[in-house]
Design a protein around this ligand. Sequence first.
Ligand code: HEM
Length: 457
Amino acid sequence: MTQSTRSTRTTQHDGPRGNGGRGTAVASPALNLRLFATHTLPVFVRGFVSPRPRVVKAYAALNQPAWAAATLRALRGRHGGAPVLVRGLSGPMLVLLDPKDIRQFYTEPVRSLAMDPPDKDNALKVLEPTGVICSHGELREGRRRINDACLAESEAVHPSGKEFRAAVAEEARRLVSQRVVDMEDIRRAMARINRRIVLGDAAADDEELHAWLLALRNEANWMGRRKKQARAARAVYARAQARIESYAMKAAAHTLIARALGQDDPQGDLDPVGQAHHWLLALDTLGPTAARTLLLLGAHPAEQQAVVPEAASGVADMPRMRACVKETVRLFPIVPDLLRLTRAETTWRGVPVPAGTAVLVPALFHQRDPDHVPAADLFAPGRWLSPGAHEAVQLAPFSHGGGHCPGENLALLVGAEFCAEILRTHRVTRGRPVLPSAGPLPWLLDSAAIRFGLEPR
Ligand code: HEM
């Protein structure tokens, strides 16, 4: 049903301003409830920061995110693609359903469209209280500069690429002696890689630090609402921070933590070392991403064959292998929803939206939107090799604009090198869960269930 065939509800308070007398489109109570039931509630049940394994397993069996996509399609049909105001958990939320509004979302400065609406801020503060996402104004800009510099945001190959690639290859090589590899093998290997890159080789075996960080991520799912546990989490954070600082004192120059120590902090409030909490969290997500990439390549033998020459060449910048990793996070994003908060009045399609409104780009929905993305449900890594693909606003596994992921190039370097090291000598076969090699892929892939065979080439 389109806007031309049904009337569209609009807000009364801002109606007459700047939109030919029309205000912001408002979701009907029925669609509001449907969005809550199929999108908002499932996100919180799954875990806002740290996905709960049993819930993910159940959602994968039910193909749950497809329900949310059906609701978002209904909202778009009902309101002709205009931004729609819904009732979010913590107040009004504007949902963006059309690429031209998403373009504006990415061009608004972070000062007016901030990264941290209350629920996200409360969650992230548990595990990275001084992280860039939870910071504002000058402080945010200083912390973002530190992240950009340490992660070498704009360089395809990080200045420590040689050391990082060597660590990745060494850890991945241990797996190829196995005939069957599962998610736990990959998680363990990637966690060692992660600690070697961020903190140095001395931290490679520190599973205790990993357990503390995992406990903080699990607590973050409660968004600070469990007061007693939140107090205990602060003690765990202090312990983890002290451990990270102790590694920083003796870390080799190529590690991220040594690069952090070398950053200017004139007022002493930027906490360069504290940024490592996010880096450790983010690099851990490469375990599931690498496992999914290898599983997808196992199900698409022609794509697997196409990356072998590049993997065998030993070059650092592997465009085809990186395209496979990026295609994996398009299909199965690490951040399926991008949430912001207006800190000043902003105008959408000529309609002013007051400060304090949450703004949502449902990234997974847009990345799988057949109206704007060709072959949206298929594994087609070649799309990322076309000119302009990385700038397309509907494809944003690493986001765009001022909040764009500063770790994208590092993530692609590590993810691509990990997969390439395995594919140099082995073929991935007999993957589980079984994926279609030609038909549409499911909306959710339970990484915990992943296992595949390796056969020597
Ligand atoms: C597959 C891996 C990764 C994906 C898909 C990913 C994706 C993203 C996305 C979508 C955002 C924006 C989040 C938002 O708007 O709320 C983001 C932010 C961020 N990412 Fe990544 N990321 C990955 C890996 C990494 C790595 C390896 C690092 C660092 C070691 C990193 C560091 C950051 C930081 C610091 C931010 C916050 C940026 C800011 O507030 O300005 N990410 N990432």
